[in-house]
Ligand binder design. Structure first.
Ligand SMILES: *Cc1c(COP(=O)(O)O)cnc(C)c1O
Length: 375
């Protein structure tokens, strides 16, 4: 038996859509890009979407679009993938970590308030595992201190806060279409925004900072207005994204069913199930359990892997990595909640094509692995 922690689903329709686009006139910067962006806008309820070649690229140009002075501080969570903090560094800014909430594992508003200085200009918050942050409170802080808000919603396509899908709450919201996420384009990402001027800047940043794409040019002339990148996504990737997005409703419902079945199967084990806030619809990108204190998480991890279950740990806090250590980060006592959750958390397999019998097998393996780890 071998069950990964996340896996893509590619149907015959997906393959046909990609093949058709490969035989069309445009491999990149063609009509499928705009079509995918329009479909994303409709799905998340945002005014504008700019599709790019990865979620990391989306975060990079979102920060770049703010055009912040060098040395600006950007507050983010230490309990995320490195990209959430690296996007500040790419743009000459300093990521400042604020510790997380004990229940949701999302950034803690009280800790954010403590980290604000005269240099703080923005916040990158992450909807951990697919559960939206307490966005109303973050917005209040941002408004009070004049901070820009970037939502890293790589986990949260389809997630809802107070009955509305994430995508239009922050100044810019970033999505990822890596194969482990809700929908995939192979590699890919997007930024959504309500603000037209930001969308225009993001489009330029994706294409070298150039003001017009070839099809928009009347002559050979164009201008380079910003130091952009080449973060363009191909048309065949967008064809895949359009096809995948059509299945989002079923995808999310299945993830909810899986979460319910896990809750039933794991009842009675020495662990805490994920907490879901009453004002949230959790998108269940990840399903994590918090092992009781005293259980050796790494031993449980090894025992699960030995049984062919692709458990994982999300996330190693970025301040622990050697690159961040060299920059002077990493006083563990600064982030006590992150440290504790990181030491006890375990990610179980979660993807919408996971079968009921596989979930039961994961639960049974976890019970055995915990016993084994205690010996
Ligand atoms: C996956 C992920 C990213 C990066 O997305 P890529 O498409 O892999 O570049 C950024 N932030 C978080 C929280 C992620 O999970």
């Amino acid at each position: 038996m071998s069950i990964p922690y996340g896996h893509q689903e590619i149907t015959d329709e997906d393959v046909a859509a990609v093949a058709k686009t490969l035989k069309s006139d445009y491999l990149t910067t063609g009509p499928k890009v705009a079509e995918f962006e329009a479909a994303l806008c409709r799905y998340v309820g945002a005014a504008h979407a700019v599709a790019v070649n990865s979620g990391t690229s989306a975060l990079d140009i979102a920060v770049a679009a703010l055009e912040l002075p060098a040395g600006s501080e950007i507050i983010t969570t230490p309990f995320s993938f490195v990209a959430s903090a690296n996007c500040a560094l790419y743009n000459g800014c300093t990521p400042v970590f604020a510790d997380i909430d004990r229940k949701t594992y999302n950034i803690d508003a009280a800790q954010i308030r403590k980290k604000i200085t005269a240099k703080t200009k923005a916040m990158v918050y992450v909807d951990y595992a697919g559960q939206p942050c307490e966005i109303g409170e973050l917005k209040e802080i941002a408004d009070k201190h004049g901070l820009a808000l970037i939502e890293d919603a790589a986990h949260a396509l389809g997630a809802e806060y107070k009955g509305k899908r994430v995508g239009g709450f922050a100044d810019m919201t970033c999505f990822s279409f890596h194969p482990v996420k809700h929908i995939t384009t192979g590699e890919g990402g997007a930024v959504t925004t309500e603000r037209g001027e930001l969308a225009e800047t993001l489009r330029m940043l994706r294409n070298h900072g150039i003001d017009k794409t070839p099809s928009e040019r009347a002559t050979y002339l164009y201008d380079m207005k910003l130091l952009g990148r080449n973060y363009r996504i191909t048309d065949f990737q967008c064809a895949l994204g359009i096809s995948q997005l059509k299945r989002m409703n079923g995808n999310l419902k299945r993830r909810e069913e899986i979460a319910e079945l896990y809750a039933k199967e794991l009842a009675g084990l020495p662990l805490a199930l994920p907490y879901v806030a009453s004002n949230a619809r959790h998108a269940w990108h990840l399903y994590t359990v918090l092992l009781d204190k005293g259980i050796n998480r790494d031993a449980v991890f090894d025992a699960m892997r030995k049984r062919g279950i692709g458990v994982n740990v999300h996330y190693i806090p970025p301040y622990k990595f050697s690159y961040y250590q060299k920059l002077g980060y990493g006083k563990e006592s600064d982030y006590p909640v992150t440290e504790e959750i990181y030491s006890r958390i375990l990610t179980l397999p979660m993807y919408h094509s996971l079968k009921d019998e596989e979930i039961r097998a994961v639960a049974a393996a976890l019970e055995e692995s915990i016993k084994e780890a205690k010996q």
